[in-house]
Unconditional design. Structure first.
Lengths: 331, 281
């Protein structure tokens, strides 16, 4: 694990910058949202870069029009705005029209979960996994670190049609080796192989889960799956991996029990008739206006490193008295 | 990137367009007679402007190749208003007239609001306020490709209440999309009422001019005025997007429907259609 922290968006944009030099069909639109790498992209490709202003509805509509003219469009904005401000544009022009015409648009949302820590709920995004997953024809990609974010660019250039990529806003160290070959047909990686409990997470929460697991005694470590693709993953392979474990714990930086990662896993368990017990960690069903570090916010929500470490220990010691006391966590 | 545009309209050409418009109006009423659930008033205001675009030499299209790269792009963003396009597209050979036998019926392709399952339709519309922004994206893409194709979008005046249109209007002027022309079917009525009474556009032409658009007002039921305005807009190879504000009447030509506040949701009784078609034949 490389300790060099790096924002996902820089790795993503840097890779895209290289691709734009090789492929004249790539067009980049931003809703007045930037980054240092974006300054280079804008300087190098002024004919294929447009700042459309603070106007996400038009961002999606323009991206659609450009895609219908044969361009591979990347549309870039802050995650809650590029998903929720323009949701009906996404539904009609990407998901719906995309079933009849090729609409190769990649929405890139920065600021998954709590990652805009001090900006509060308007800039944080706890709903996108649920609302983007529900749209037919929309791919949902959620890399866990900058290495995965970089690899996601090449997947987006290969996979035609509408896509939503959710990126974290904060720099973080790499979880994957820089040379890691991501299997996008599979859609998930098994970061640890353990037994008893299988932890399933996505995005930055995979890093938190990984740190929590690192604190457990080596003989008590669960499996950790990083689901970086939340649609069109290899559900046979995922079901097979889950089935090896008696208990599952999903972790997401989004509302719990509201159609996000937990629902995805529960549906699979139910459809395949797996005998695993399922547990979930995520945000309670309410908005909060708390200030603090991201770790503070996570601990308060029960998805911090320490909360998750305790939760995993409890779930792995199912037969122990402490697990019985925590029976309420099975919901 | 230049191309020839239709010149001025002589008397016989004008008469031909007027006859065609009458035919489109009649065929549109026949569709409504078969499928009374279609919202028809919104289509009747757009008959002449659709006729002039398709038969006046403005839209470059090839029915055999609906997505031909060199075609002009045309979007009727006010979805309900596109029923009047069905007879035109069938007449031009985009789909067989037999489709009219199953309008709004199982197995058919012609619904109450058109979708791009119908050859000749570019995008999904009906949900209002999308066509203009998508059209602006097409215009930007065409310019980037060095294409001489133009983009035309028909929007309703009620539709212009949707804010996304104004994002697109600002954008098109900023990007100098001279290859984009919109026609506002200004029939003055949305679903519930005359727009003047609850959310007036005030002076739409002045507003658009202030946004950086070139705007011309015409009588939207005069093929001659529509033709002249379109000829001016498209002859101009400049970099200013153009708007034709076509003053029209919703439910045009149907007593009890024309310019009635709730005409959007009103059906025309079968015997009234029979009489109208008999009278005008």
């Amino acid at each position: 694990m490389s300790l060099r922290p790096r924002p996902m968006r820089d790795a993503f944009l840097n890779e895209l910058l290289g691709a734009m030099g090789r492929d004249e069909r790539i067009f980049f639109l931003t809703a007045d949202f930037g980054s240092p790498v974006l300054d280079r992209l804008r300087a190098e490709y002024p004919d294929r870069f447009v700042n459309v202003g603070i106007a996400e509805q038009n961002l999606v509509n323009l991206a659609t029009g450009l895609a219908l003219e044969g361009f591979k469009v990347f549309a870039y904005a802050i995650a809650p705005f590029i998903t929720m401000r323009c949701y009906e544009q996404i539904r009609v022009n990407l998901a719906l029209l995309g079933t009849l015409r090729e609409v190769d648009v990649t929405l890139v949302g920065v600021g998954a979960g709590y990652s805009y820590v001090i900006s509060g709920p308007t800039h944080q995004c706890y709903e996108d996994l649920t609302i983007m997953r529900v749209l037919p024809n929309m791919q949902l990609l959620s890399p866990a670190d900058w290495v995965a974010a970089r690899a996601t660019v090449n997947h987006c250039l290969r996979a035609k049609g509408p896509k939503y990529v959710r990126l974290d806003a904060q720099p973080s160290p790499a979880l994957y080796a820089e040379s890691h070959a991501f299997d996008f047909a599979r859609g998930f990686s098994e970061i640890h192989e353990g037994d008893g409990l299988c932890v399933v997470s996505t995005g930055y929460m995979t890093q938190v889960a990984h740190r929590a697991i690192g604190q457990l005694p080596t003989e008590h470590r669960p499996s950790l799956l990083d689901l970086f693709r939340l649609t069109e993953f290899d559900d046979d392979a995922l079901a097979e991996t889950l089935a090896r474990h008696p208990s599952l714990l999903t972790i997401e930086e989004g509302f719990r029990g509201r159609g996000g990662l937990d629902a995805l896993i529960c549906n699979l368990v139910s459809e395949r008739g797996l005998s695993c017990r399922t547990f979930s960690a995520g945000l309670d069903n309410r908005y909060r206006f708390d200030l603090g570090t991201r770790d503070d916010l996570h601990e308060r929500a029960g998805i911090g490193e320490q909360s998750l470490r305790r939760r995993m220990l409890d779930l792995m010691g199912e037969a122990s008295p402490s697990a019985e006391r925590n029976g309420e966590s099975s919901r | 990137m230049s191309r020839t545009t239709p010149g001025s309209l002589d008397g016989s050409a004008r008469e031909r367009l007027e006859l065609k418009a009458k035919w489109v109006w009649r065929e549109t009423l026949k569709i409504h007679r078969r499928a009374p659930e279609t919202r028809i008033a919104s289509s009747l205001s757009a008959v002449e402007l659709l006729t002039v675009l398709y038969y006046g030499g403005f839209l470059r299209l090839d029915a055999a190749r609906p997505l031909w790269e060199l075609r002009d792009r045309f979007i009727v963003s006010k979805g309900h208003g596109a029923i009047a396009l069905y007879p035109i597209l069938a007449d031009l050979g985009f789909f067989p007239a037999a489709e009219f036998e199953r309008v709004c019926r199982s197995g058919g392709i012609l619904g109450g609001i058109p979708d791009p399952v119908i050859p000749g339709f570019e995008t999904v519309n009906g949900s209002l306020g999308h066509g203009l922004g998508v059209g602006a994206g097409m215009a930007l893409g065409l310019r980037r490709k060095g294409s001489a194709s133009r983009v035309y979008v028909v929007v309703g005046d009620g539709e212009l209440h949707e804010g996304a249109n104004w994002e697109a209007l600002m954008f098109a002027a900023q990007q100098r999309l001279g290859n984009l022309t919109i026609i506002v079917d200004d029939n003055g009525i949305s679903m519930l009422d005359h727009t003047e009474r609850f959310l007036s556009h005030r002076s739409l032409c002045t507003k658009l001019a202030a946004f950086g658009w070139r705007c011309e007002e015409v009588n939207g039921h005069s093929v001659a005025e529509l033709h002249a305005a379109l000829a001016t807009m498209t002859a101009d190879d400049g970099d200013t997007p153009g708007c034709i504000l076509a003053h029209t009447r919703k439910g045009r030509g149907v007593p009890g429907l024309e310019d009635v506040s709730l005409s959007h949701v009103m059906a025309i009784p079968r015997d009234v259609i029979d009489r109208l078609l008999g009278d005008s034949s």
